[in-house]
Design a protein around this ligand. Structure first.
Ligand code: NAP
Length: 242
């Protein structure tokens, strides 16, 4: 059976992606790092659709934790493989660069960029063998245009976009597609401290996006009908100029 692994699937965009994939009948592995209750809630919603769901807790920034978790999963799933990977786990630690601490820089890069590298490398072999795969990387508007106060976050997302384009060319002959999604402002825990009333004035559609709207795009890229789209960065931002 083909599974999808969604990193950061416990909350926000990741949860919506898990549910959307489950609605299409895809069994989902829900990764998260600490929020057990939220992860269980996602699992409950996936199972309510009559689709198989599993929790797989690991820190996307830890290569050892990733190897251990995926080794264990594979040893318990001899007839299954992970054919869809959504690299969604991400954090914000905003600060002006002049005040930015090493930790703020490293934590953001480790989760978004290094996490993408460790997890994708681990799963590529299985996809290459099956000659089938979908990799979707959660980038951001910040990675396209740069956002002040987010030099760390913008750098991590811009690097993720470069990696998406390079990897897409490496694995295209094996029918594996690699694409990035670049959301603008989306309602979630990550944006709940922002002044939505002010910021939405910058958005031509005059509102923040919903996690479900991003999830619909991810689900399309994860499906069979997107087979000829690879190395792309698709913005979903209500018309914010990029
Ligand atoms: P969110 O609501 O804060 O959720 C973050 C998710 O990532 C949670 O499931 C969290 O797990 C998980 N996570 C964080 N660090 C992790 C780690 N080290 N290992 C594994 N999982 C980890 O964020 P969101 O708004 O849904 O954002 C999801 C993605 O979209 C991120 O990559 C973000 O940069 C990107 N994005 C968001 C927006 C936006 O406006 N919201 C815009 C552009 C891009 P726990 O629950 O266990 O903490």
């Amino acid at each position: 059976m083909k599974y999808a692994l969604v990193t950061g699937g416990s909350r926000g965009i990741g949860r919506a992606v898990c549910i959307k994939l489950a609605q299409a009948g895809t069994p989902v592995i829900i990764n998260y790092v600490s929020n057990d209750d939220a992860a269980r809630q996602t699992l409950t919603e996936v199972e309510a659709l009559g689709v198989k769901g599993e929790l797989l807790k690991f820190d996307a920034a830890s290569p050892e934790a990733i190897e251990q978790a995926i080794d264990k999963w594979e040893s318990e799933h001899n007839d299954d493989y992970i054919g869809i990977l959504v690299n969604n786990a991400g954090i914000r630690k905003d600060n002006l660069m002049i005040f930015m601490q090493n930790e703020e820089w490293n934590d953001v890069l480790n989760t978004t960029l290094n996490g993408f590298f460790y997890i994708t490398r681990r799963l590529l072999k299985g996809m290459m063998t099956k000659r089938n795969g979908r990799i979707i990387n959660m980038a951001s508007l910040s990675g396209l245009k740069g956002m002040p106060g987010q030099v760390n976050y913008s750098a991590s997302k811009a690097a993720l976009i470069g990696a998406t384009k390079a990897l897409a060319q490496e694995v295209a002959p094996r029918k594996i597609t690699v694409n990035a999604v670049a959301p603008g402002f989306i309602e979630s825990d990550m944006t709940k401290d922002l002044n939505e009333d002010e910021l939405k004035k910058l958005v031509p559609m005059n509102r923040f996006g919903k996690s479900e709207e991003v999830a619909a795009l991810v689900a399309f890229l994860a499906g069979d009908e997107s087979a000829y789209i690879t190395g792309e960065v698709i913005s979903i931002n209500g018309g914010l100029y990029t």
